[in-house]
Each structure stands twice: as C-alpha cells, then as structure tokens.
Design a protein around this ligand. Structure first.
Ligand code: ARG
Length: 254
C-alpha cells in the first residue's frame, strides 16, 4: 500500500514536472504580464529599437535600471520604452531618449555591487511609478519571501528575448545559500532568489528590470551564472541599501 502510494505520488510529480517544462517559454519558467497591471515596467533599446535591458519608472520622469545597462552609453544612444507590453507594437506607449544618466559612483562591475543607474527623462510620463524600498523595508528581503520579477529578456539560456512582457515568482534565498553559489556574492548589497532546482529565473535582457513585492520595487535584476540553472540563483540589487544614494537623484526637488 505504502509502495503504491509512493509510486502514484511520484508519477503525479513527474507529470507536474513535465507540465512545468512545457510552459517554460517565458522570462524563464514564467507567464505573460500585462502593462496595465504593471505600468511602471519599461524596457531600454538602442536607437534602432533593439531591446537590451529593463527598467522601472520610480517617479514620473525617472527610470531606475542597472548600472551595467547604462555604462558607456550616451543619453542620445538610448531609448526608454514605456506603456508598451508588446515590443513590436509601435503604436502603444512612448519611446523617449533620456536627458541624463546617473550611474552609482562606486560601480565597477555587477558582481561587485552598486549596480544601479537612474535615467532622467525630458518630461513626466503618464504612467504610474513604483516606489523603491527604503531602509525600513528590510523585512521584504526575508528568506522565503516570494518576489515577482518582470522583463522582456531571454526565455531560455541561449534563446531569444521575449516579444511580450513576462513575469515569474521566485523565493528569496538566505545569504549563505547565495554565497555557496557565488563566492563573490556581497550580502549587504545584493540578494539572490530562485528555486534550488533552478527552472525559473531572469535571464539576459532582463537586467535592470524590476523585482517587486508588497507594492514596492525591492530589487533590480543584476547577474547570475547562466540562467535557471540548478544551484545558480539570480542575483539582484538590494535596493533598500541604496535608498540614501537614490533619493537625491530620484526626488531632486525635495
Ligand atoms: N546580466 C543579465 C542582463 O544583462 C541578467 C542576468 C540574470 N541572470 C540570471 N541568471 N538571473 O540581462
């Protein structure tokens, strides 16, 4: 009886696993997300319209992204695309060049931390911004917290980027797990998230994009080894740690 139960259960689990793998064509292991429900989600393109990163509208004319997405680019080589879920739908939303780029002054490389940048737009956009986490929001990074990641990045490690906005939910992992996966992980400045078995993750092209929980932007997609690999979680900027540096840039008038 016990043996039979185990057999039936493992058969059920195997079927569930196959079901998940078949649906894997999204972020990686995610699903479609609407721009109406996530109006602050933006993507970055070059002048020819090739999407290479994500970002989040954190104030009407300010986009938070990763430093490694903005480094070495001049504002006129960059476009922020907002209000557009389908990258090919030129009639929805807007594509605007920022007027200036701020990159964290201590930024060296994504895996050393400080992977944050702010793009200032020429005018306020008609989309609802998402506030970023502050010093008092430490509880949002508790291990086990299920956070939502969004983007138009690759849907497989060596695959193509997504035409549509996708989302996935992943659990925050404890710092010792992140450190085991990546010796260079900096606990004070980053957090990592993903299932131990992999399968669900952000990937190339999602960088700079939002990690959301409790109606707040808590992270920025930053780096990882491959995508959705077992034991290799995605690594994200721990935004609460940078709130002090970001406030004067995002809210210069106050
Ligand atoms: N650095 C990548 C980018 O530029 C994001 C990588 C995220 N990797 C991961 N396994 N979660 O788009």
């Amino acid at each position: 009886m016990r043996r039979l139960l185990v057999l039936v259960l493992s058969a059920l689990l195997a079927t569930a696993a196959v079901g998940t793998a078949a649906a894997d064509e999204r972020i990686i292991g995610g699903e479609r997300a609407s721009i109406e429900a996530n109006p602050w989600a933006v993507h970055l393109t070059d002048v020819r319209g090739n999407q290479f990163c994500g970002g989040t509208l954190v104030a009407p004319a300010k986009v938070l992204t990763a430093a490694h997405c903005a480094l070495g680019r001049s504002p006129r080589d960059l476009r922020v695309v907002a209000g557009r879920e389908d990258k090919q739908d030129r009639r929805s939303g807007v594509s605007v060049a920022p007027v200036s780029i701020w990159i964290h002054k201590q930024y060296v490389s994504a895996d050393k931390g400080e992977d944050v940048a702010v793009l200032t737009l020429p005018e306020a956009l008609p989309y609802e911004p998402l506030p970023f986490a502050e010093e008092a929001d430490a509880a949002l990074y508790e291990p086990g917290t299920r956070v939502r990641v969004l983007g138009w990045g690759r849907t497989a490690e060596n695959g193509r980027t997504s035409r549509y906005l996708l989302q996935a939910t992943v659990p925050v992992q404890p710092d010792d797990y992140c450190l085991d996966a990546y010796p260079q992980f900096v606990s004070a400045d980053m957090f990592c998230a993903g299932y131990e078995g992999g399968r669900v993750d952000t990937c190339q092209g999602d960088s700079g994009g939002p990690v959301v929980v409790g109606g707040k932007l808590i992270g920025v997609t930053s780096w990882g080894e491959g995508c959705a690999r077992r034991g290799k979680p995605g690594v994200y900027v721990q935004l609460s740690r940078y709130a002090q540096d970001l406030r004067p840039v995002v809210y210069p008038e106050s």
